[in-house]
Ligand binder design. Structure first.
Ligand SMILES: Cc1cc2nc3c(=O)[nH]c(=O)nc-3n(C[C@H](O)[C@H](O)[C@H](O)COP(=O)(O)OP(=O)(O)OC[C@H]3O[C@@H](n4cnc5c(N)ncnc54)[C@H](O)[C@@H]3O)c2cc1C
Length: 237
């Protein structure tokens, strides 16, 4: 398939149309195709490959509006102990910078349901933003519990609270401690799908609490580099 095919997974030449700091250490990039053509469609939970340099490719979840075929949006946390991908995004990508992307792929698709619980930790909020918009549009019952180190480090907090009110529970660790996973997940609930994205310890803790839940209830997305831990989780994607 070529670029002319909207379902293409091939690389696309883009440029940064806008760059905005959306939390401490987090920038949101708005990307537009340099040829001005409509971008391939995507579903909530999808991510892009950003080609950031020789053999430096990193995946970033789409956090914008799937109905907008003009631009893609990603939000990137600077990873202090990383191998350079997120630092490149923060230090090099400015408005007007050209970069190549690999088109959307989805390992974390939102299944149809009447009820959802979304659990996000830190930058793991990115795929969840379009997911809750889709759940809302579909008329589903949903709730988001969003944890992070501090309120200032948590992207999209104000937008989410303004748009969705008390269905969004914001839990900065320095104000309220860790998420109450026993309270949230201690009792299996038929018909409720759980979508969780965040740091490895959160995924492991949620996985443990959901061990006795119905099969297929839990969906996890791991942002960490591929290694044995991710392999362990791959069956839940
Ligand atoms: C599907 C998917 C979606 C993602 N979406 C987002 C997003 O929306 N926003 C976002 O900010 N990030 C996202 N990420 C993470 C992103 O792809 C990068 O991993 C992140 O930006 C860090 O890149 P880096 O090169 O700076 O650090 P990396 O080199 O990738 O390192 C990240 C961390 O892993 C550790 N590490 C690296 N290699 C190893 C190894 N072999 N063994 C053990 N530890 C290791 C590092 O010490 C560091 O703590 C996503 C990842 C995936 C897989």
């Amino acid at each position: 398939m070529g670029r002319s095919d909207p379902a293409s997974l091939h690389d696309i030449d883009m440029e940064v149309a806008d760059r905005e700091t959306v939390a401490d250490g987090v920038v949101r990039l708005t990307l537009r195709a340099t040829d001005g053509k409509p971008l391939p469609e995507w579903e909530p939970g999808a991510h892009l490959d950003l080609h950031l340099g020789d053999e430096l490719v990193r995946e970033y979840s789409l956090c914008g509006d799937p109905g907008d075929r003009e631009v893609y949006q990603v939000a990137v946390l600077r990873e202090q102990s990383g191998r350079g991908g997120s630092a490149h995004v923060h230090d090099v990508l400015e408005t007007g910078t050209a970069l190549r992307i690999g088109g959307p792929r989805n390992n974390f698709a939102l299944a149809d349901a009447q009820r959802y619980l979304f659990v996000a930790g830190g930058i793991g909020i990115t795929p969840v933003v379009p997911m809750i918009a889709a759940a809302e549009k579909a008329g589903a019952e949903w709730r988001l519990v969003y944890g992070g180190r501090s309120r200032a480090s948590m992207a999209f907090v104000d937008d989410l609270a303004e748009r969705y009110g008390d269905r969004v529970e914001v839990v900065p660790q320095d104000e309220h401690g860790l998420l109450d996973l026993d309270g949230l997940l201690g009792t299996p609930q038929d018909g409720l799908l759980v979508y969780c994205c965040g740091p490895e310890p959160l995924l492991a803790a949620v996985e443990q609490r959901c061990a006795s839940w119905p099969g297929g209830a839990l969906h996890l997305e791991c942002f960490s580099p591929k290694r044995s831990f991710q392999n362990d989780l791959s069956s839940f994607h």
